[in-house]
Design a protein around this ligand. Structure first.
Ligand code: ADP
Ligand code: MG
Ligand code: MG
Length: 942
């Protein structure tokens, strides 16, 4: 296999992940047909009670009617009305498909309507479908609202039969052409409509070429093709149990029906689930008069882009194949030529094509991709749509179009998304490096990972402990592989799609993953993988690219993303080495910042993260967890606190912790001078600070055997037993700790207050906010707040400084959300802890369920996406929405934020914008994504 960079038509992997988010972000997986769909339905006559209209001539549609006519039909209509050379035709709507799928038969009026449109088409063309001396031929093409590449069916040359093939030959003056078209029809009709295995036709074709000593299909002559048609017909009657239909209308009707049915093939269903396309949209069917690219060397077919889908640059990008029909150009059966060569082959058509491409760009105001055919020097447009593009090109194109004055800033924001930006932030393989492609799979979780191939989890763990970088290679993964996945740099599987265990878990962990690389033969017993004759043994280095799905042999050098270099401030947007991409990202971020209403903060516990967050544009810290400040050498003090029998012992332990905590906060408040820092008081259950129960038990048992009593260990073990909980997530933690361990929260509040006072003394501008976790009722909060206020007043008195510390709470339990109106009486701010809220609303714990049954739920379509990744609008989201309303009813100036991981998820950010939060808080690395999506939310809602 070799790398082929200039085959844009074959690069769906670049856009798959962004498409998904784009789709969901723009329209939402549920209410996606929205207003347009309603209007279209009304037009279809359902509401008025009149007989529904199911068929539309190309002159009747436009690009806004994708829901009804499908993307292909809507754009064919748009091009027709632009006056471009589109072969005439008509579209059977998605509504007809829906009726068919629901009832098992076509709508009663459909046949009559199709007949009327067919008659009009025959009139326009001056010949009848399948007419024996001069047959009208048509293509029957699927086309749904969202493009589903390769998922559904198309049949060309419909109308050709034993009866009309000679007529076609006579009309074209080319016998070879007629028989070539006929054999193509039987082949396509046989496979897609009659369900015959396509291999059988391929074999027969190979045999025919072989018999002739021909290398390619164009070398077959009319007599060869005649014979081939006979073989094809035999294959059909043997395999399908019926003869190939000779009646042209029957061919057409059967093809239409099979397009309807192709909506519900397993692969189409799976694709829709993965791409989050609703399953009830149905497909439209386009009937298009055939034009022929297989009429000799002055004919041909091609695909083109109005800009380079990889860089966004304007130019001539595409492929052309002489004397070919339909998909030959992308099927790789013969070598295509670059589109630019068409200039020397057929200058007139070439010039016309370039003119049309410009028309399309100026009309769609975006990159378009097109399919065209040249029939004896006459150019025909067969398809266009706003083209897919790489993440980098999306940004560049958006700013290029602004510069050309074609779109404004708001529109530019609609043209990119956070998933694309995230993709641009991953380190990637050096474009200039040599690479040896081994194969490819599904781009499941982005990133570039290099390591030694290992074939089981145990080896992954063992090798990584000794400092090796490894890639875990499995046929598929299961929950037992979890530790190995954590140890590995990346994960490669030969089976499973975007919702396989490997993919879901890797995305959750932010690990690079390529899955479903089916051409790779993974043999875990022999510990090797092979592709054809090439073998990778355990320990051989491989490189996997989770953004493209490509797998390379050997080490491909990795370079940091220039976009991250820019956010880090190590590269300036204007600098020469920054390049166009960084310049575009810089401008798009500025557009987003100008538009967004949501503020963006960071979840950061230490100065390093805080400073990075600020460089990335954070406007404060929304969540500073304090538990990390109790680990390391401080753990001993915490042990002492837990073991304390007397008030003195406890106070002594707290007294040791206080100055350390204070120093932490001083540093953090200095790093975040002038912006808010929300500090969450201790949240996790105490046993997390104690040694592991098994380890400790063994230590104590061994000591006993040696009769060597360690008093402290014994006490610790008792405490560990005492604190052991069945469900720590629902146990003694959060505010509950503050209420049962005297002095703990007071110490933390004092540390914050004294740190703020110190910063004020140093002429700083500290803006600490104190946040109480896991509150379920306002009474809990009131008790903690009263104590905190006393401590603060104390510190103010002692230091002679006025401290404006605000006190608020997390809303992360259903009860807190349901009683938010009461809780707001004691809280100056809410911060939604959507991780715990998701766990408690659904009643499952993330660590337990993600590896065990999420894959099954995703595959069964119960979830479109994990509720830990994207907020569950209907459940968790509803609670958030109501709590915001109730909280603000009590306290109109209540500040509202969210600090769960959803704060950096594009679709969730849109939700938080909608419900009126003041800010989202996310991990430092996600901040640019959140800024961008907050800007997009503002312009999409506008
Ligand atoms: P897909 O959705 O898979 O791209 P299409 O419906 O576009 O399928 O058709 C498959 C191929 O057949 C394309 O290359 C297209 O340009 C070509 N084709 C479709 N209709 C016609 C037609 N009426 N005349 C000539 N070629 C056609
Ligand atoms: Mg097409
Ligand atoms: Mg929590």
């Amino acid at each position: 296999m070799s790398e082929n960079k200039d085959r844009p038509a074959k690069q769906p992997e670049h856009t798959a992940p962004t498409e998904r988010t784009g789709k969901a972000g723009a329209t939402g997986p549920t209410g996606s047909t929205g207003a347009a769909g309603g209007a279209e339905r009304a037009r279809a006559g359902e509401k008025s009670g009149a007989a529904a209209k199911y068929v539309y001539d190309f002159t009747e549609g436009n690009k806004g009617m994708k829901g009804l006519l499908g993307g292909k039909g809507a754009n064919l209509a748009e091009m027709t009305n632009l006056g471009l050379p589109v072969p005439p035709g008509f579209t059977i709507s998605t509504e007809a498909c829906k009726v068919y799928l629901a009832s098992g038969s076509e709508p009663a009026t459909l046949r009559r309507e199709v007949s009327a449109h067919l008659a009009a088409l025959e009139e326009t063309m001056g010949k009848k479908l399948g007419q024996s001396d001069d047959p009208l031929l048509v293509s029957v093409r699927s086309g749904a609202k969202f493009s589903m590449p390769g998922m559904m069916d198309t049949v060309l040359n419909v109308g050709l039969s034993d009866d009309s093939v000679d007529g076609l030959a006579a009309q074209a003056g080319d016998e070879r052409f007629a028989w070539d078209s006929y054999r193509r029809l039987i082949q396509m009709f046989g496979t897609t409509v009659l369900g015959v295995d396509g291999e059988l036709f391929e074999e027969a074709l190979d045999e025919a070429k072989h018999g002739r000593g021909a290398a390619t299909d164009v070398e077959l002559e009319a007599p060869d093709l005649k014979k081939l048609v006979q073989s094809y017909k035999k294959i059909v009657s043997r395999e399908a149990g019926r003869e190939f239909p000779q009646d042209p209308r029957e061919q057409m009707d059967l093809a239409v029906r099979s397009v309807f049915e192709s909506w519900n093939t397993d692969r189409a269903k799976l694709y829709r689930r993965q791409e989050r396309i609703p399953g009830d949209l149905g497909t439209a069917v386009n009937i298009v008069a055939m034009v022929f690219g297989n009429l000799g060397p002055d004919s041909g077919t091609g695909v083109a882009f109005t800009r380079d889908p990889a860089s966004g640059h304007q130019g001539v990008y595409g492929d052309y194949l002489q004397n070919a029909q339909g998909e030959d150009v992308v099927a790789g059966i013969r070598n295509t030529v670059p589109l630019a060569d068409l200039e020397s082959i057929d200058k007139a058509s070439y010039d016309q094509l370039l003119g049309i491409m410009e028309t399309l760009e100026n009309h769609y105001l975006d990159l378009c991709d097109i399919e065209f055919t040249i029939e004896r020097g006459k150019l025909w447009m067969l398809q266009t749509r706003v083209g897919k593009r790489t993440a980098g090109a999306a940004f560049r194109i958006a700013t290029q179009l602004v510069d050309q004055g074609l779109i404004d800033e708001a529109e530019a924001l609609r043209r990119v998304n956070g998933a694309q930006l995230a993709q641009l932030m991953f380190p990637r393989f050096d474009d200039d490096a040599k690479r040896d492609l081994l194969g490819r799979g599904i781009a499941a979780s982005p990133g570039a990972a290099v390591g030694k191939a290992v074939f089981d989890s145990y080896t992954a763990i063992k090798w990584s402990r000794s400092g090796e970088k490894v890639i875990l290679v499995r046929r598929e993964t299961n929950p037992d592989d979890l530790e190995g996945m954590i140890a590995a740099e990346g994960i490669l599987t030969s089976r499973g799609g975007k919702t396989s265990h490997a993919a879901v878990v890797a995305r959750g962990m932010g690990k690079t993953c390529v899955c479903g690389a089916e051409e790779l033969e993974v043999d875990t017993k022999k510990r090797r993988l092979s592709v054809g004759s090439r073998v990778v043994e355990e320990g051989d280095v491989i490189s996997i690219d989770g953004s493209t799905g490509k797998v390379y042999l050997g080490e491909v050098p990795v370079v940091p993303s220039p976009v991250v270099e820019y956010f880090e401030g190590r590269m300036h947007a204007g600098a020469e080495e920054a390049g166009e991409l960084v310049g575009s990202v810089h401008r798009m971020m500025a557009y987003a910042d100008r538009r967004r209403r949501l503020r963006v903060r960071a979840n950061a516990d230490n100065t390093e993260d805080a400073l990075r967050a600020r460089r990335f544009g954070a406007q404060g810290i929304g969540l500073c967890r304090t538990e990390h400040m109790f680990l390391g050498e401080r753990r001993e003090m915490v042990e002492r606190l837990i073991l304390a029998d007397t008030d003195e012992e406890r106070e002594a332990a707290l007294g040791q912790l206080l100055p350390l905590q204070r120093a932490d906060f001083v540093e953090l408040l200095e790093a975040m001078d002038g912006v808010p820092v929300t500090v969450r008081l201790l949240d996790p259950p105490l046993h997390e600070f104690l040694p592991d129960i098994t380890e400790l038990s063994v230590r104590v048992a061994l000591a006993e055997a040696r009769r060597d009593h360690n008093e402290n260990d014994l006490r610790l073990l008792q405490a560990v037993h005492k604190l052991h909980e069945q469900n720590p997530m629902l146990g003694l933690r959060g505010v509950r700790l503050g209420l049962v361990i005297p002095g703990l929260f007071a110490m933390q509040v004092r540390a914050i207050a004294e740190a703020a006072a110190e910063r004020k003394g140093a002429k700083g501008d500290p803006r600490a906010e104190i946040m109480i976790p896991l509150v379920g009722t306002v009474q809990e909060l009131e008790i903690v707040r009263d104590e905190a206020e006393q401590v603060i007043a104390d510190v103010e008195r002692a230091t002679g400084t006025r401290l404006k510390l605000s006190l608020g709470t997390m809303i992360e339990l259903p009860r807190a959300a349901l009683t938010a109106g009461q809780i707001a009486e004691a809280a100056e701010f809410f911060s939604f802890g959507t991780n715990d809220l998701t766990q408690t609303v659904w009643g499952f714990s993330r660590d337990d369920v993600e590896a065990s049954f999420f894959t099954a739920y995703l595959e069964k379509g119960i979830f479109g996406v994990s509720p830990f990744e994207t907020i569950d609008r209907d459940g968790v989201g509803a609670l958030v929405r109501d709590a915001c309303r109730a909280g603000r009813a009590t306290r109109p100036d209540l500040k509202l934020g969210i600090c769960g991981e959803h704060g950096g998820d594009p679709e969730s950010v849109h939700f938080f914008h909608e419900v009126g939060l003041d800010y989202v808080s996310c991990s430092p690395f996600r901040i640019p994504v959140a800024r961008l999506e907050a800007g997009r939310a503002a312009v999409l809602g506008a």
